[in-house]
Design a protein around this ligand. Structure first.
Ligand SMILES: Cc1cc2nc3c(=O)[nH]c(=O)nc-3n(C[C@H](O)[C@H](O)[C@H](O)COP(=O)(O)OP(=O)(O)OC[C@H]3O[C@@H](n4cnc5c(N)ncnc54)[C@H](O)[C@@H]3O)c2cc1C
Length: 402
């Protein structure tokens, strides 16, 4: 679906002194939440407070891979719901998101990978997700430039394959949601940093910002890498660690890579953008950090592995590298739901894989904020699971180990 780029995206209003709800963070998750609050729950007296610019966080820095092939039923349900929303999102937003279902391969390099992958394919199929196990020859058929020689450091023994997976253009997604929310009256306030959260008698009453105080009985955090910093303003300590995660792009190439290829073991996940550049993600930096950049040795290791997997990439040059700040949890699954502070909601912990979850996250978070209780799809992703022990361990399906 093609659309002209619109002349007008959103207004630049001054902050009002009070809203029914404020959302902290103008990344994909905050904007999608605002959009679904307005369109599905009739809540339009809402502001999105962004300390920088819309989509300047992880939303504009990720490698845009979309898939739903997670192991556990709870994850499969929320990520598959998200994927179904992706499938109609350009039409819904009236904005071309360059959503391309070109298929995603997750490579297996050793016997353990093979067992984990086959188990996941079987679990996915039980959940109605399109998932296949391919042997090395099958991988080569889907992606001819992958080297499947057995005598390399990380031989390709096979891969999981999700044909409905793919990519989308991340900034278009942020702008599309922002435009849709703004059109219904949501105020999108850029350059508006939240510096404090007001809590009285266990209930949230508003926020302090760089543009003055704002009252609201519902405050919804969607601040990705800064979630623990913001939650601390309300006296909450989260089981979340923030790490730099890097990616890079090459110069523009003719079409060489027909699908998305991911390797958890070597931390290479790569696709070819519509314009032609290779877009490739790396592993996280081991230390905690809040800088939007990472260490060079991580990129070096990623490139060494990428060249082995795709000898053709030796012809390409790296043009740019950058980093985002990812919020990781002990079970590699997100936290979406209410908090012990009444009226304060939490959406974080999407870590290295939350772009694909943007529509599903916004959908369920909006429901949670509007009703004061979780949607069935995000109920299992409650903060309490770290006390109850009902963890949803997705380390095997998350593409980047942490
Ligand atoms: C290099 C990289 C590659 C990735 N690749 C993929 C991928 O291929 N597929 C995938 O599914 N996911 C991927 N991810 C993860 C994905 O980008 C994130 O999980 C997701 O974008 C997080 O949600 P968000 O978009 O709302 O975050 P963000 O865009 O980071 O939004 C949070 C916003 O909160 C704002 N903020 C912070 N503090 C404050 C404050 N005090 N006041 C006001 N605003 C504040 C920030 O400025 C920011 O704009 C990747 C991430 C990185 C960094």
């Amino acid at each position: 679906m093609e659309h002209e780029h619109p002349d007008f995206l959103w207004r630049t209003p001054d902050p009002k002194r009070a809203y029914d709800a404020v959302i902290v963070g103008g990344g994909g998750h905050g904007l999608a939440t605002a959009y679904y609050l307005a369109t599905r729950h009739g809540m339009t007296d809402v502001a999105v407070l962004e300390r920088g610019w819309i989509g300047g966080g992880n939303m504009g820095r990720n490698t845009t891979i979309i898939r739903s092939n997670y192991l556990w039923d709870e994850s499969a349900a929320i990520y598959e719901h998200s994927l179904k929303l992706w499938e109609g999102l350009s039409q819904e937003l009236g904005y071309d998101l360059l959503f391309s279902q070109r298929g995603v391969l997750n490579l297996a390099h050793n016997l353990h990978d093979v067992r984990e992958s086959v188990r996941r394919v079987e679990a996915n199929r039980l959940n109605g997700i399109d998932a296949y196990w391919l042997d090395a020859a099958g991988v080569k058929e889907v992606c001819p430039i992958v080297d499947i020689c057995p005598d390399v450091r990380y031989p390709v023994l096979g891969a999981t394959y999700q044909p409905r997976g793919g990519i989308a253009k991340h900034d278009h997604v942020a702008w599309g949601y922002a435009r849709g929310a703004d059109a219904l009256g949501v105020d999108i306030l850029q350059d508006c940093a939240v510096t404090g959260i007001d809590v009285e008698a266990g209930r949230v009453t508003g926020v302090q910002t760089s543009r003055g105080p704002i009252r609201a009985n519902r405050v919804a955090l969607a601040a990705a890498g800064h979630s623990s910093v913001l939650a601390a303003m309300a006296g909450l300590r989260l089981p979340v660690q923030s790490h730099p995660l890097q990616a890079l792009v090459s110069e523009l190439l003719e079409e060489v890579l027909p699908c998305v290829v991911m390797s958890n073991a070597v931390h290479v996940y790569v696709s070819q953008a519509h314009k032609g550049e290779l877009v490739m993600g790396a592993g996280i930096d081991a230390y905690n950090g809040y800088a939007q950049r990472g260490a060079v040795h991580v990129i070096e290791a990623q490139m060494a592995a990428a060249l082995e997997l795709f000898p053709l990439f030796a012809q390409a040059h790296v043009l740019r590298t950058w980093g985002g700040i990812v919020d990781t949890t002990p079970d590699a699954s997100p936290i979406v739901g209410p908090t012990p502070v009444e009226g304060l909601f939490l959406n974080c912990g999407w870590g290295t894989g939350g772009f694909k979850g943007t529509p599903g996250s916004g959908w369920t978070y909006a429901h949670t904020i509007a009703h004061g209780e979780p949607h069935p799809l995000n109920a299992p992703f409650a903060l309490e699971r770290f006390e109850s022990g009902a963890l949803i361990d997705e380390h095997g399906a998350a593409a980047v180990a942490h």
